[in-house]
Design a protein around this ligand. Structure first.
Ligand code: M6R
Length: 616
């Protein structure tokens, strides 16, 4: 939530900051702003509520110039989206300026203290206290260097010591005009290194146009950037060395590449992304996951899977596989619930936390809880070096590549596929599943990119059906077994991007309540691919039809059982039932996409949402 950028170097900063922000807009688009240190020694600030385009337009009307600056794109937490609440925020003197991603949880207390000391505030944000705290520390620091690096660095470090919450910040001060100070705690921040100056950003795509050399800052790191130097210290001011990574993917991976929307592009990238997820991990009918070699498998008595949103759905789906293959109890909890439950966790528990961003606050808190109780902790993420990795005993990357659309598609199928790989790897080690059944799954995973490619070929059907029904205001998604969490994911996708109210239900539960919603004209999407419970599902379909509901069925190609019971059909390739959600979710992603487009909604930037949910 929120994206931050910074640049210090010989080039004009504004175009670089705007380009960086353009690649961070997925993190929030309630407002945008930037500040540069101008040649005449002023902090020039421009901010605008709304999307980045508004800021860009305002800069055309009233340009600002400088070679050092910071920028921000906001997802509002404290204070409504407005020009005043847009970042950057300054101190009382107007000499310090801060952009912030995160939440200052104790901001009220800090604000009261600062007000009592005579500070005045101009916004409703939590962030503004940071600028004032830095001002206070700068005032109290001696003029001469204290041997710990630049004064602004020390001031930020001391100011952040008073802050509870999570943050990635970038700060500039007129007292040291070519310097930018960055800091992170449970929010991402990277440094981009270039011969033409240095960059700070929330995510790699923001700097990829200028450099591939990046440093992923670690938890509690602070950094002092000048045009030709980078100094990293920890929260105690001790100098730290951090590795320089060379990013191998290029910016086209974070561009639309001819697609009208990122979401559609990412849906179509799924076969290739799944190839990467499985690459080198499926060898001779076995799963190879050296990342888990240090796991004490013998001691595992229970598995707890946790995540939020689509990641939670991936966990729900994986539960069916883990139970079948490991013969162990498997609990699945949303991060936001698990973190506050008085739950029995101990060293015999294997906790797998799933988060593509690696930043989701609720998932991190749940993971920390499991860790505090001594559970073995595995993180599954798409983001190298993200906060979740620092909490984990073992990290498994899904390698889905960058996902820009706020709504997940390829990272969701990547999460589920990686969970299945983990389940298989554990099953081989605990030896409780039959080798033949595991081999069948390995075969299905090997074929998965092709199966998903074939499922994408149903796009015309999804588009036609979505356009025909784009006017409806509510929809039910039904499934049984792994079809149930698939239904949940289908409903979530539709809600998120088309704003049609949709609910996913286990089909067997229909008669216990939701059937009351069905009336003539009701539309119900049913996950009806081949499965052990297909016969039961057909009975549930008939319960809907008997009450005048219409059925859109997602069925297995070559299966004629469902046709007589459905009004519209989308046929996908058949795969092993436990793997089928990866394939079956594809037409649901496409239905949601085409419904959104038909209703004039922006599928890449759904209202009120941001990609990384770093707040509770
Ligand atoms: O980065 P994470 O996997 O932790 O994100 C979890 C959810 O916020 C995310 O899946 C969300 O539900 C998406 N909007 C789904 O499209």
């Amino acid at each position: 939530m929120c994206g931050i950028v910074g640049y210090t170097g010989p080039q004009p900063a504004v175009p670089l900051l705007l380009e960086g922000l353009r690649h961070l807009e997925y993190r929030g688009y309630d407002s945008a702003g930037l500040a540069v240190v101008s040649a005449n020694g002023h902090l020039e600030i421009r901010k605008a509520a709304g999307r980045l385009d508004r800021l860009t337009e305002s800069l055309k009307v009233a340009p600002i110039h400088g070679r050092v600056g910071v920028g921000h794109t906001r997802w509002a937490t404290h204070g409504r989206p407005s020009d005043e609440n847009a970042h950057p925020h300054t101190d009382c003197t107007g000499r310090v300026c801060v952009v912030h991603n995160g939440v200052v949880e104790n901001y009220r207390e800090l604000r009261d203290q600062l007000l009592a000391q005579g500070h005045h505030f101009t916004s409703e944000t939590d962030t503004e206290v940071l600028a004032h705290l830095i001002e206070v520390e700068l005032t109290e620091l001696p003029e001469a260097s204290d041997g710990e690096g630049p004064r602004l660095l020390t001031a930020c470090r001391k100011a952040l010591d008073r802050v509870e919450g999570l943050y990635a910040i970038a700060a500039v001060s007129l007292d040291d005009p070519d310097l930018i100070v960055g800091a992170r705690s449970r929010a991402p921040l990277i440094v981009g290194l270039s011969a033409e100056g240095n960059f700070l950003a929330s995510d790699v795509p923001a700097v990829l146009g200028e450099t591939r050399r990046v440093v992923r800052l670690k938890e509690q790191d602070l950094v002092a950037l000048r045009p030709d130097s980078v100094l990293i210290v920890d929260r105690y001011g001790r100098q730290r060395e951090r590795a320089v990574d060379v990013v191998t993917w290029d910016r086209t991976a974070a561009e639309k590449a001819g697609y009208p929307h990122f979401f559609l592009k990412e849906v179509y990238e799924q076969p290739e992304a799944l190839e990467r997820t499985c690459a080198g991990r499926l060898v001779d009918d076995h799963v190879v996951l050296p990342e888990l070699s240090g796991l004490d498998v013998e001691s595992i008595r229970r598995v707890v899977l946790t995540g939020c949103g689509s990641a939670y759905h991936a966990c729900l789906m994986a539960r069916y596989a883990f139970e079948a293959w490991l013969r162990l109890p498997v609990d699945v909890d949303m991060g936001s619930e698990l973190r506050y439950r008085d739950v029995a966790l101990d060293p015999s528990v294997l906790c797998i936390a799933v988060s593509q961003s690696g930043e989701t606050a609720d998932t991190l808190a749940a993971f920390e809880l499991a860790r505090a109780h001594g559970a073995q902790c595995v993180a599954l993420t798409n983001s190298v070096g993200s906060a979740i990795t620092s909490l984990a005993d073992h990290v498994v990357y899904q390698h889905s590549g960058p996902e820009v659309a706020v709504v997940s598609s390829k990272t969701f199928t990547g999460q589920l596929t990686t969970l299945l790989l983990i389940g298989l790897a554990l099953a081989e080690r605990v030896g409780r599943a039959t080798p033949v059944s595991l081999q069948k799954v390995v075969g299905a995973l090997t074929d998965l990119p092709r199966s998903v490619q074939e499922a994408l070929a149903t796009a015309q059907d999804s588009s036609r059906i979505a356009e025909r029904h784009a006017h409806v205001n509510r929809l039910l998604f039904l499934g049984r077994g792994v079809g149930y969490p698939t239904a949940l994911e289908g409903a979530l996708k539709l809600k998120e991007i088309s704003y049609i109210h949709a609910e996913g239900y286990p089909a067997g539960e229909l008669k216990h309540g939701p059937l009351a919603l069905v009336e003539p004209g009701s539309l119900v999407v049913v996950l009806a691919t081949r499965s052990a419970t297909l016969g039961k599902l057909i009975s549930n379909i008939e319960e809907v039809r008997a009450r005048g509901g219409s059925i859109i069925a997602i069925t297995s190609r070559g299966d004629d059982l469902i046709a007589p019971h459905a009004d519209e059909i989308i046929r996908v390739p058949e795969t092993v039932e436990l793997v089928s959600p990866v394939v079956n979710v594809v037409p649901m992603q496409l239905l949601a996409y085409y419904a959104a487009v038909a209703r004039g909604c922006d599928p890449d930037k759904p209202r009120n949402l941001a990609k990384s949910v770093t707040v509770e």
